[in-house]
Design a protein around this ligand. Structure first.
Ligand code: C2E
Ligand code: CA
Ligand code: CA
Ligand code: CA
Length: 276
């Protein structure tokens, strides 16, 4: 029994070692990914519920490795975050998104995801200001999506960063709303323009047995009272779309309108959209 126990222990130790070395391998490859042009932003349309026109896009990162493999952001963003590679990658994301906004033209927005380490970096506001001015766009065409996770730390530093970002003229969206330990009090202290309702509440919301419609309805009411817009994420079906529309969300994002695509395909979508 003692031997067997040791065997199990070694099994777990090996598995942990494999995980650590895979993580290290991804980190090393990611370090070169920027220089080797392996990162791309894809753009998913965000549709205005009232007009049914595209109001903008969310930029979502993709990593095309030389091997041909496409790595999912959920697999490498956490590693970029832990290794601090998210700072140079994040700068690249912001500059690339601003250049894409210039191609979309005035009146359209692109949202980028900002991770906690990036948010904590004191150089973020100046990086944004220089990217916006280099692209020659209006700052309110850039929206920063910040996940609820940041609110776990209700520090004065975080509040100060929100104010600094707001003063650059960009828009702020609270991402994945409802999934974290959302401090409701924080919603009125931080200058958000939009709440993004997490897809876990949206997928299958039209199913009468789920409580999701009631939850979405309260989030919309809260957002309205605070003067914020709402985007329902992950809308896939016509039933869910009809429900979301009825509940008063201002914007919709999901496969029903389109998956994330290249900037060229996004520009094509806009041309079609304007012809509607
Ligand atoms: P997120 O910010 O919540 O992004 C939405 C995710 O939902 C995207 O996955 C998108 O492709 C997916 N999605 C959109 N509509 C639908 C739908 O109708 N049905 C379903 N089932 N899924 C839908 P993606 O691109 O794999 O990104 C996953 C997460 O990785 C993002 O979640 C975000 O947290 C992170 N991420 C992606 N790009 C970036 C980035 O540039 N920077 C940072 N920091 N994080 C990023
Ligand atoms: Ca997002
Ligand atoms: Ca989200
Ligand atoms: Ca998410």
């Amino acid at each position: 029994a003692k031997d067997a126990g040791r065997g199990v222990h070694r099994f777990y130790a090996d598995a942990m070692h494999d995980q650590a070395s895979e993580r290290k391998a991804i980190e090393d490859a990611l370090r070169d990914a920027l220089a080797n042009d392996e990162l791309q932003l894809h753009y998913q349309p965000i549709v205005d519920v009232g007009s049914e026109h595209i109001s903008g896009f969310e930029a979502l990162i993709r990593w095309h490795r030389k091997s041909g493999e496409v790595v999912d952001p959920v697999k490498f963003i956490p590693i970029a975050e832990e290794s601090n590679l998210i700072v140079p990658i994040g700068d690249w994301i912001i500059r690339t998104a601003c250049a894409s906004i210039a191609r979309l033209g005035p009146g359209y927005r692109i949202a980028v995801n900002v991770s906690p380490r990036q948010f904590a970096n004191e150089k973020l506001p100046s990086a944004i200001v220089s990217a916006v001015s280099a692209a020659g766009i209006s700052p309110d065409q850039l929206e920063l999506e910040i996940t609820e996770g940041i609110f776990l730390d209700e520090s004065p530093e975080n509040l100060a960063m929100f104010q600094k970002l707001k003063r650059t003229g960009v828009r702020l969206a609270l991402d994945d709303f409802g999934t974290g330990y959302s401090a409701l009090g924080y919603l009125k202290k931080a200058p958000f323009d939009k709440i993004k309702i997490d897809q876990s509440f949206v997928l299958g919301a039209a199913d009468p047995s789920s409580m999701n419609a009631a939850i979405i309805s309260s989030i919309v009411g809260l957002a309205r009272a605070l003067g914020m817009e709402t985007t329902a994420e992950g809308v896939e079906t016509h039933d869910d779309l009809a429900l979301i529309r009825g509940l008063g969300c201002s914007h919709v994002q999901g496969y029903i309108y389109g998956k994330p695509v290249s900037i060229e395909a996004a520009l094509d979508m806009l041309r079609d959209n304007c012809g509607q």
